[in-house]
Design a protein around this ligand. Sequence first.
Ligand code: HEC
Length: 198
Amino acid sequence: MRRHAWLLPAVGALALGVSVLAVARGRDKDDEADKLKAAAAAAPDVQKLADAAGDPAALKKEAAVISAKDELLPIMWSFKPRAKGGLGVGAKGEGIELKLIGLGKKVLPANDLTAQGADLKRMAEVTRGIAEVTPSYAGKFTKTPAEAKEWKGYAEDMKKASDDLLAAVKANNGKSIKDVTNHLNASCNDCHTKFRDN
Ligand code: HEC
């Protein structure tokens, strides 16, 4: 035993390191749990926004109520897969974000378009609804009037592209769905590149 006494401080330091790591990991888990809780709380609000997608006055009203009580992150979380706390598309619950990326890559064959019509419509409504509240968060994520203007520009692009997506889905037009989805995805990416931390 005595022979290894010199090891003790090293073992102690190691144990301390491990427990600090465990605390940090515990905190990450809490952080994740908090995010999921907030996302679950915001989900009915996002559904309400989506229900209002075809009605500008109702959209405006819902958006004012919701932006006053929810943070942006739990609202945006709706775009994640259902299994990860998002709303998801259709029975499988694929994330809207991933679905949009896929739709931008290839034109959906006519039979898929028919089968997925109702799910695609809801997806477009959710996106349109979220686009309505996004401008209200400019003050939280931007530092100058020029940045706030840029934020609102991306949010406006998102709004316009999701209106176009809704129209293309209603018209059952696969080629148009692909084209407008690419405009929509550009609005997400432009804003994230500039204003999202990660
Ligand atoms: C005008 C800016 C803006 C637009 C447009 C925008 N987002 Fe976001 N999004 C953000 C910001 C900012 C965050 C991070 C919020 C935070 O951390 O509090 C975010 C977070 C997210 C998250 C949460 C998880 C993560 O990865 O951080 C997802 C998912 C997401 N956005 C998807 C989308 C999709 C899909 C679109 C387009 C259909 C979109 N967003 C459009 C600003 C935007």
